[in-house]
Design a protein around this ligand. Sequence first.
Ligand SMILES: NC(=O)c1ccc[n+]([C@@H]2O[C@H](COP(=O)([O-])OP(=O)(O)OC[C@H]3O[C@@H](n4cnc5c(N)ncnc54)[C@H](O)[C@@H]3O)[C@@H](O)[C@H]2O)c1
Length: 413
Amino acid sequence: MKYNITNKNLAPEGKKRIEWAETKMPVLRLIRKRFKKNKPLRNRRIGCCLHVTTETANLMRTLKAGGAQVFLTASNPLSTQDDVAAALATDDIRIFARNGESRREYYGNMAAVLKGKPEVLIDDGADLISTAHKKRVSGVIGGTEETTTGVIRLKQMEHNKVLQFPIIAVNDSLTKHLFDNRYGTGQSTIDGILRATNMLISGCNFVVAGYGWCGRGLAMRAKGMGAQVIVTEVDPVKALEARMDGYSVMPMTEAAKIGDVFVTVTGDINVITKKHMLKMKNGAIIANSGHFDVEIDKPGLRKITRKKRTIRNSCDEYQLKNEKKIYMLAEGRLVNLAAAEGHPAMVMDMSFANQALAVEYLFNNCNLQNQIYNLPQRLDQEIARLKLKSMGIKIDRLTQEQRRYLSSWKMGT
Ligand SMILES: NC(=O)c1ccc[n+]([C@@H]2O[C@H](COP(=O)([O-])OP(=O)(O)OC[C@H]3O[C@@H](n4cnc5c(N)ncnc54)[C@H](O)[C@@H]3O)[C@@H](O)[C@H]2O)c1
C-alpha cells in the first residue's frame, strides 16, 4: 500500500496551503536547496511520525529533495490535515494518516511506516520509536524526537538501558523549544480555543496548568489579550517564576472554583480530575495543549456526566450530574492542532530545520552510542543566524579585545 488517506481529491487545496507555509519557512528552504544539490540522503529511507500539517509537508519535501524515500504517519489521530495528506500522496510521499482515525488505525498506520524499513525515525511523542522497539524492528540507525514528552519517554528508555539506537533530542535545541514551545504553543493554543468557542479572552480567569516553555508562552498571550492569568505548578521554582512574572499562583483545587478557561500544558497525567471538574463554575471551558490526551481525566468526566452533546466544532458540552455544564475542547487532545492548524510556519521553520539537520547528522555520524544527544550547538546557532538573516536583523560581533576578556580570569575590579 502506497498511502492511506481520506480523499485524494483534496490535493489541490493542500498544495496551495503547503506553498503558503513554504513562503514563511526561509531556513528550511535554504536547507532544501542544499539538499537538492548535494543529495546527502540519497537512497536513504526515513520513517516519520509527525502532525500532518503544511509545515510537516515542507519538511517531507526537504527530505525528499535530499534523495530520501519518505514514509509518514500522524502523531495524533485528530491533527491530520486531510488536504495536506492528499497533496503529499500525489508527491510520492508514502503517507498513512487520516483525520479522526481510530486508535487501531493509528497503530496500523505506524506499522505501515515501519514496513518501509526506515533507517532513521523522526518522531513526535515517541510512539513510533517505542513501537519500533516493541516490534524489534531492525535496520534503524537512529532517531530524532520533536517534543518534550517524547524526550522524557526516550530518556527513560535510555535510563532502563533498552534504547537500541542513538536519538537526537530536537526538542532540546534552543532554536526549537525557546520558540516553538513558547511562542508557537502560546499563540496556536489561543487560536484553537477561539476557533472552538469564539469566546472573549479579555476579562476572563484563564488557568494555565504547568509553567514550562509552553505554559509561559500561553500565559503571556492570554495576559496580552486581557485575561487574569492563574498558574498551577508542582515545581516551586517555576511557581515562583510565574508569580514574579505577574500571575496568580494557586493549587488546582482553588483555581477550579474561579477559572473560566483551563488549559493543561504539563506533559503529566490527571492534572484536572473529576474532583476539580465538580468544583468548576457553570460554563467552564477545559482544554489541553500537552502532548497526550491524559492531562484531563476523561474517564472521570464521563462518570460525572449526565448528558453530552457536541455544541460546536471541537467543543463538547457535558451536562454534569450536579446540573452544571462544562465544555471540553478537541476531546482533550492537543487543542492547537485539533481545533486550529498548529504552530505558524514561521516558528516551525526552525523546528524542522533542526529535524532536517539532525537526520543528516545521524547519517554522517555512525559512531554514536545508544544514547540521547542534543544537536551540536554550532548547528543550533547556525539556525538562529539564518533565521535572523531572513528577518533582516543584524547583530553585533565580539571584538578581539572582548573575546580575550571573556576567556580570561585575570582582569577584575
Ligand atoms: N501543543 C503543542 O503543539 C506542543 C508543542 C510543544 C510541546 N508540547 C507538549 O506540551 C507539554 C509541555 O511541554 P513543555 O516544553 O512546556 O514542558 P516543560 O517541562 O518545560 O514544562 C512542563 C511544566 O509542567 C509542570 N507540571 C508537571 N506536572 C504538573 C502538575 N500536575 N500540575 C501543574 N504543573 C505540572 C512541570 O513542573 C513543568 O514546569 C509536553 O507534553 C510537550 O510535549 C505541545
